[in-house]
Each structure stands twice: as structure tokens, then as C-alpha cells.
Write a protein that binds this ligand. Structure first.
Ligand SMILES: NC(=O)c1ccc[n+]([C@@H]2O[C@H](COP(=O)([O-])OP(=O)(O)OC[C@H]3O[C@@H](n4cnc5c(N)ncnc54)[C@H](OP(=O)(O)O)[C@@H]3O)[C@@H](O)[C@H]2O)c1
Length: 191
């Protein structure tokens, strides 16, 4: 990214990294959305987010605007729907959206209503780009060079929720969609 990121927003619900701090990412501020008071606390206290909100507490755009009164420059989207719409509202001119996932569309809400403000992408000269992990395998070495020392030093850690037993796979998947997990949801197959 060529431009300095003054205000970034991460709407990652349980980022696997324990400390996605702005010092590591280069962002001026990092704002996160999560689905419970406990997760919101975890994002600020344990993971180093500068501001957070519970997406059940009101329209995302309004909560985000309160958290970032001057707007945001970057939005990483794992949710789609109302989260994407809210971020488009709050993004500043020439802002960027990295669209990774749309979990709100997997968990019941299949309404294509949002984002209703898509033309704001033109008004504000925003750039929206779909990001598929499999398209960036060439960056694996660079990622490891950056991340492994931080993992080894403990500056970055991982959050996982482990469900024991293959027979509980569907339950684990449904739990993940409902937000019952903290961090990466894993199913352990061995005894
Ligand atoms: N582009 C790629 O290469 C790529 C790779 C992997 C995954 N994905 C996509 O990324 C998205 C996230 O997948 P993931 O496996 O990484 O899951 P994840 O980040 O672990 O997300 C699970 C969390 O999403 C939240 N959530 C569920 N329904 C929601 C809703 N309606 N609104 C807001 N938040 C909701 C819940 O947290 P809360 O309790 O905080 O609400 C849940 O714990 C999916 O759409 C997936 O297909 C894309």
C-alpha cells in the first residue's frame, strides 16, 4: 500500500493474531467489530484494537462513524451486507476495501439489500478489490518472514476454539456461524 494508513478498520471478528497492533500493520488506528461484549473487550484488551463495537448494538455505519469521526481509509471485510454498507458510508475519499468474505450471507441473512450505497464507491473514488488467499500464495514466504519472529517472541499469538471429535464437526460449523467461537474454530480428530 503506497499511502500511509491514518485510520484503518478491521472488521475481523476473531483475528488469529493476538496483537494485530497498529505498530505492526502500519495503521494509525484499528477499529474492530465483534458479536458480544466479551469479544469486544477481548479485541481491545488482548488484541490491541484502538476501538471496538458490538455489531448487535445498532447499525454498523452509525457505530463506526462514532468510533472514527474523521472517517476511515481501509476496510477489511469478512462480513458483507450491513458491515460493507456501513464501511462505504464512513470511508474517506480514495479509501480501499479488501473484500475477503461475506459471512453474513452464510448465516441466514441472504438478503441482497445491502450495500444500498454502492454508488458511493464512485462518488468517493473508492477502490474495492476481492481478495482470495489462494491468489497470493507467492507472498507466503514474505508473510512467514514477517510473522514467524513475532509469533516466536510472543508479540503475536493465536486464538483458537477447539471442538473434540469428528462427529461434532457440523455442530462446530454451526457454532462458528453463530459466533460461539473465539478465534479460529478447529475440530480435533484424534483422541
Ligand atoms: N477470500 C478468501 O480467500 C477466504 C478465505 C477464508 C474464508 N473466507 C471467507 O471469510 C468469511 C469468514 O470466514 P472464516 O472462516 O474466516 O470465519 P471467521 O473469521 O472465524 O468468522 C466467524 C465469525 O463471524 C461472525 N459472524 C457470523 N455471522 C455474522 C453476521 N451475520 N454478521 C457479523 N458477523 C458474523 C461471528 O463472530 P461474532 O460473534 O463476532 O459475530 C463468528 O464467530 C467467510 O465468508 C468465508 O467464506 C474467504
Amino acid at each position: 500500500m503506497s499511502r500511509r494508513v491514518d485510520q484503518g478498520v478491521r472488521l475481523l471478528h476473531q483475528h488469529p493474531a493476538q496483537q494485530p497492533r497498529r505498530q505492526l500493520s502500519g495503521a494509525g488506528r484499528i477499529i474492530g467489530s465483534a458479536g458480544s461484549a466479551a469479544k469486544v473487550r477481548h479485541l481491545t484488551r488482548e488484541l490491541g484494537f484502538d476501538a471496538t463495537f458490538d455489531h448487535h448494538d445498532g447499525p454498523v455505519g452509525e457505530q463506526l462513524a462514532r468510533a472514527a469521526p474523521d472517517g476511515i481509509d481501509v476496510y477489511v471485510d469478512n462480513v458483507g451486507g450491513g458491515h460493507l454498507e456501513g464501511a462505504i458510508d464512513v470511508l474517506r475519499e480514495y479509501g480501499r476495501i479488501a473484500w475477503v468474505g461475506a459471512i453474513s450471507l452464510h448465516s441466514g441473512d441472504r438478503s441482497p439489500a445491502a450495500p444500498r450505497n454502492l454508488f458511493e464507491v464512485v462518488h468517493k473514488s473508492l477502490r474495492l478489490e476481492g481478495v482470495l488467499v489462494r491468489s497470493h500464495t507467492n507472498l507466503q514466504d514474505e508473510l512467514e518472514d514477517f510473522l514467524v519472529p513475532h509469533l516466536r517472541s510472543g508479540r503475536i499469538g493465536t486464538d483458537t476454539t477447539v471442538v473434540q471429535g469428528f462427529e461434532h464437526t457440523v455442530e462446530a460449523f454451526r457454532g462458528m456461524l453463530k459466533g460461539g467461537d473465539l478465534g479460529r474454530m478447529l475440530v480435533r480428530l484424534d483422541g
